[in-house]
Ligand binder design. Sequence first.
Ligand SMILES: *[C@@H]1O[C@H](CO)[C@@H](O)[C@H](O)[C@H]1NC(C)=O
Ligand SMILES: *[C@@H]1O[C@H](CO)[C@@H](O)[C@H](O)[C@H]1NC(C)=O
Ligand SMILES: *[C@@H]1O[C@H](CO)[C@@H](O)[C@H](O)[C@H]1NC(C)=O
Ligand SMILES: *[C@@H]1O[C@H](CO)[C@@H](O)[C@H](O)[C@H]1NC(C)=O
Ligand SMILES: *[C@@H]1O[C@H](CO)[C@@H](O)[C@H](O)[C@H]1NC(C)=O
Length: 457
Amino acid sequence: MYPFNDSMKMMNRRYTVLLSVFICQVYTMLAQDCPSKQDLQNSIQQAQKLLSSQEASYMQSLRTLRKKLNLLHDSVTRLPAKPKNLTCPNLDTPVNGRKLGKTLFPGHEVHFLCDVGYELVGSEMRQCKDSLSWSGQQPVCKDIDECLSSPCANGGTCTDEVNGFSCFCAKGWAGPTCQSPTPTFFVSIMNTSPVVGGGAAAASSFPLTHTSAFLRQPKCSQVQGTTHCTCEPGFTISGRENSVCTDIDECKLFHNGQAGRLCLHACVNTAGGYRCTCPAGYNVTRDGRNCKDIDECGSRQNNCTRDQLCINTYGGFQCVKVECPQIRNATYVKTSPTRCERNPCPADSRSCSQAPNSVSYHHMSVVSNLSAPRVIFRVSAVRMMGDTLRFALLGGRGRRYFTVQRSDRQTGELLLTSPVQGPATLDVEVEMSELERRELLGRYITKITIFVSPYEF
Ligand SMILES: *[C@@H]1O[C@H](CO)[C@@H](O)[C@H](O)[C@H]1NC(C)=O
Ligand SMILES: *[C@@H]1O[C@H](CO)[C@@H](O)[C@H](O)[C@H]1NC(C)=O
Ligand SMILES: *[C@@H]1O[C@H](CO)[C@@H](O)[C@H](O)[C@H]1NC(C)=O
Ligand SMILES: *[C@@H]1O[C@H](CO)[C@@H](O)[C@H](O)[C@H]1NC(C)=O
Ligand SMILES: *[C@@H]1O[C@H](CO)[C@@H](O)[C@H](O)[C@H]1NC(C)=O
């Protein structure tokens, strides 16, 4: 049965002889007589038994060792020849975007972000594969074409801008999306002049402004014995005997008129016309009536420090600092400007393994009085390891405005349930937990902060 059976038996015999001699020597040393033949035989028998059992376990260890060596040999011969370069090739940073992650070893990930006003086309994340190539597609940052949805009504022309669009309205239409008919008063005053006789009925409803800039001399001419007087555009004939042209206060006349307001925000009457103004943080658009948010983050008109994120809001900006959570017995590391991931937990720390695996931070800007219900954010699992995902709304100052619903197996949606009046800052936390046979595999928290504009624009 054993390969070395014979030689081992020989060794065994030799040991027995040596042992018996040794035993006899010990007895002699103790100054006693050498033991009897019977005693010696007993001792020798015991030693032989001992040796046999030693022999068996020794053989057993040898066989185990051989087996292990064979396995090791097999696995070494099966290993592929290692390539010289152990990294994936470097990846380009997309134009108008950023790349996060510098490590090019297999298993590591590189993430891509686009600047405000651009959307990512391609892979948000690429992983260095064992084959030393990258997963996914090289992304590009595409200017979001807000014109694609044809937002300008009534024949208006749309111009795409970074982070927005503007409409140039066809004649007769106004408003941010050319939704309102232009008040036709200017046109009609030109068409209905000259005004003759006992004064225009319309004129009496406009109070005379005392500033002389708001009064003009009419242009009068004699035609076949009758005097015809006309005013410049924006003025209307008034006074006794139609002797004066008075500025029309377009702001008052068209304030909340049926045809729509002249200005999105505020109207300033001027001699012969009007001017729209916008709150701080907005520029008047080229059509003169609407307000367009200034992107302070894109234009360096902000004082955010290097360790802060600049978030453009409607009418302003916010500097935010993303700090990883402080949770007992768990430590976090920032893996992107807006994401923290938990470091591996010690094997025995239950409190660490129950802490969220990651916490992501998102900041959004919305206008006031946004109609509801509407989905404003989606949370999705990129890779699913368990058999179930659960979505839940945790705390936050804005909790009462939101619910969480599921849109498909891997996606949860944050739903705004009622309009929010600005200015306000709301925050909510959405939790996604992954389970496998009801056992919690991980928790992923998304903290969403929403900056609500003071205005509906
Ligand atoms: C190894 O990778 C580096 C950087 O990615 C590259 O410069 C070099 O040419 C590569 N060498 C080989 C032999 O592929
Ligand atoms: C907005 O207006 C400011 C001056 O009020 C001007 O400096 C800036 O260039 C304008 N921005 C745009 C995008 O028109
Ligand atoms: C930025 O400036 C505003 C005033 O313009 C100030 O209130 C704010 O504290 C400043 N923020 C930082 C981070 O310096
Ligand atoms: C958790 O942290 C506390 C101190 O904050 C420590 O006493 C305790 O041993 C830790 N428990 C584990 C399981 O690490
Ligand atoms: C909010 O918008 C609705 C229509 O969308 C409007 O009726 C309502 O007056 C607005 N509320 C405020 C406070 O502006």
